[in-house]
Every structure is written in C-alpha cells, then in structure tokens.
Design a protein around this ligand. Structure first.
Ligand code: PLP
Length: 390
C-alpha cells in the first residue's frame, strides 16, 4: 500500500504554540521558489529586516531571522556571547530558564542560577544581589514570557541593573513578541530572540533575532571562535545584515515568505491594537476559567495575556479531559511540563488564536458554547452546564 497523502484533522490550536496560521501566510508558503541569492529574494530579506525592527521596536541594524525554531535563537544567544569561563546570571523559574542555564554550561560558561518557584517572577532584587556577589558577569539572561508557567516577567528594572553593572542583557521573547510590548531600544535589551509559531502565528521554523551594537561589539571582540559555525552571528552578519550578502547557508526560502506575510499582517493590524486584543482575550479567558473554579498559577499582575496556565484541581482527570478535547472537539491545549505535569493546563490565545471565539467569557457563554461547556461535559457524570461541571 502506498502511503496516502496527509490530510490534517481540523484543529483549533489553543496550546502553548503553534497557534492558528492566517490563510495569507499559508498561501505565501506555497508560492514558487526563487534562488536564495536572487535579487528578488534579497529584497524579501530586506523587507523582513525592516518589518522585524518594527516589531522588536528597535533600530538595531543586526535584526534577522535565524534559520531554526525558537530554541535555535536561544542557542545562538549563548554560543555567540558566552566564551569558556564567562559567568552568566540566568533567571530560572520554569522550563526555559532551566534550558538556558544548561546551554551556558555546555558552552563552558558558568551559569549562576537565580531561582524562583515555578509560577513566580524573578525578583529584580535577587538579580541585583547576584550581580553584587558575583565577580565579573558577562550577561544576565531572563525569560520574558515563561511559557511553562504563564508568568509575565518585568524586564525594565533588570535592564537598568544590567546597564549599571555594565553587563549584557539577554531576553527570551519567544512567546511574548507580537502579543505584548518588547521594547528593545527603550528598555535596553542587548540580545533578544523569539519564535514564529507563537504570537506571530506563522509555522515554526524561524527565530527572529536582534543584537544591540554593544552585543555585536562583544561578539567581534571574542578571544575564541564561536563554538557553532551554523549559528555564528559574525558570519551570518555578512549574509543577512551587513549588505555583502556572502553565502553562508541556504535561507529557508518558503519559511521566509511566510514570515514576511505574517509580519505584514502585524503591520496592518498595528502593534497597539494587537497588544490590546491579546490583553482583552486573555482577561476574558481568565474570567471564564475563574468561573469554572480554575485559578491561574501566577498571581495577579504577573499573568501573561497570551498564555494562561491554570491549576487543575486534583479530582479532575487532567490528561483525559485534554485528550477528549482534542479527539472530540479538535481543540488542542497544553498540559504541564516538569514538576507541573498533570497539575496544570496551558491555554494559549496567541496571534490568530487570540480571537473572541477562542476565549472563555462567562457573560458570553450562552452564545458561545465553546470551552466551558465542553470542559464541563467531560468531567464525568456532572451536569454539562456552563460553569457547573467542575
Ligand atoms: C517555545 C519556547 C521556546 C522554544 O522555541 P521552539 O520554537 O520550541 O524551539 C523557547 N523559549 C520560550 C519561552 C518558549 O515559549
């Protein structure tokens, strides 16, 4: 039997990424290729750089899309900045901070972990203490939107500390960028990366990446060559950013078409409108979940608008409900990772998935028999009313 062509089942993607993709982006993916050194394609790369600068709110000349998912951006942030022996302070309060510290150590750096319980922010005072107590520190690395816990980390106070201590500030904005403000220049962020499949609603495969002049100078002043040839931004600068367009690797052409279109959609909507949309839909979701008796893990004021992590009461069959949501209703949400496995749901309202129809506003429930009723439906034997099932 030959393998049949794949027809994906219909899904509403409400997990921690990927999010729904706009039809215009899907169309862009299927347009014919040109060579990656074709002047027409170099124009596409120029457009992407300009559009990315707008979303990153930066004038950084070095603003590109790394060929690889968000993790490639994370890896690039470390391999380029950290040399063997360098100390890096890493905020660890979830999966992604934990990974970052591991990558620092694999590069021969010293990771100074500033930890907070999962679900809480990293207090700027804790970073300040670490900066004072440690010797010279090359960089401070902080996750803006901790997708494993739903925590929204304040960045500005830590950015100021980095300036005061003359250390580089690395920010993971994989989930936040395009859904909440990330002001690279005004806040003073030196290295920042993100993913395409979260609030940009493009398929996974690229990691937009920006470097301040300070960060570029640090890279150019390295004593040792970057451990990674593929992610060496000094080489990639010649390909993407510096105008010489020297071949380094073949750009993922179709993905870049898709990113360009996704960024055009962001530009058409406008960043302020986009942030408000994510905020309102996130608040409606939390209101609805609270009605159901499901409380967000982070405290008020530190909850992400695009990713809500709620604690699942112990009598609720967490994984079973998620499986049923997917198989019966085609709704994809996320479970917990690491210590939160089996204990939380992670519901993403990112990019194209952040719509009124996807959220859970109790006042609208009767008109939108979407999430609460379905959730309630699955909590076995209890009345399938809107907010009574749990
Ligand atoms: C998703 C995510 C990543 C990793 O991105 P991939 O595209 O899965 O490689 C890194 N950091 C954060 C905060 C994320 O949410």
């Amino acid at each position: 039997m030959p393998v049949q062509s794949f027809t994906p089942p219909r899904r509403l993607l409400l997990g921690p990424g990927p999010s729904m993709v706009h039809p215009r982006v899907l169309r862009a993916l299927s347009t014919p290729l040109v060579g990656h050194m074709d002047p027409a394609f170099l124009g596409v790369m120029d457009d992407i750089q300009a559009l990315l600068r707008a979303v990153f709110q930066t004038n950084n000349r070095f603003t590109i899309a790394v060929s690889g998912t968000g993790s490639a951006g994370m890896e690039a942030s470390v391999v380029n900045i950290v040399e063997p022996g360098d100390a890096v302070i890493v905020g660890v309060n979830g999966v992604f901070g934990t990974r970052w510290a591991t990558i620092v150590e694999r590069c021969g750096g010293k990771a100074i972990r500033v930890e907070a319980p999962w679900g809480q922010i990293i207090e700027p005072e804790a970073i300040e203490l670490a900066l004072r107590r440690s010797g010279p520190v090359k960089a401070v690395a902080i996750v803006h939107a901790e997708t494993s816990t739903g925590v929204w980390q304040p960045l500005e106070p830590i950015a100021r500390l980095c300036r005061d201590h003359d250390t580089l500030f690395l920010v993971d904005a994989v989930t936040s960028l395009g859904g909440a403000p990330v002001e690279i220049d005004r806040w003073g962020i030196d290295v920042c990366y993100r993913g395409t499949q979260k609030c940009l609603s493009c398929p996974p495969g690229l990691s937009p990446f920006t470097l301040s002049d300070r960060a570029l100078a640090a890279i150019r002043a390295r004593r040792t060559p970057c451990q990674s040839w593929y992610l060496d931004m000094a080489l990639i600068a010649d390909y993407w950013a510096d105008g010489t367009r020297a071949y380094h690797h073949t750009a993922p052409i179709s993905m870049l078409y898709a990113l360009r279109e996704a960024l055009r959609l962001v530009e058409e909507e406008g960043l302020p409108a986009r942030f408000i949309r994510h905020q309102l839909n996130g608040e409606a979701l939390i209101a609805g979940l609270t009605e159901l008796g499901l409380l967000p893990l982070p405290s008020t004021g530190h909850r992400l608008p695009m990713l809500t992590c709620v604690t699942v009461p112990s009598h609720i069959p967490e994984a079973e409900i998620r499986t049923n949501l997917l198989s019966t209703y085609g709704i994809d949400i996320g479970g917990g990772l690491g210590p939160l496995k089996g204990k939380v749901w992670r519901i993403g309202l990112m990019g194209e998935s952040s719509t009124e129809g996807s959220c859970l506003d109790p006042t609208q429930c009767a008109r939108r028999p979407f999430f609460p009723r379905r959730l309630a439906f699955h909590s076995r034997g209890r009345p399938p009313g809107c907010f009574t099932g749990l």
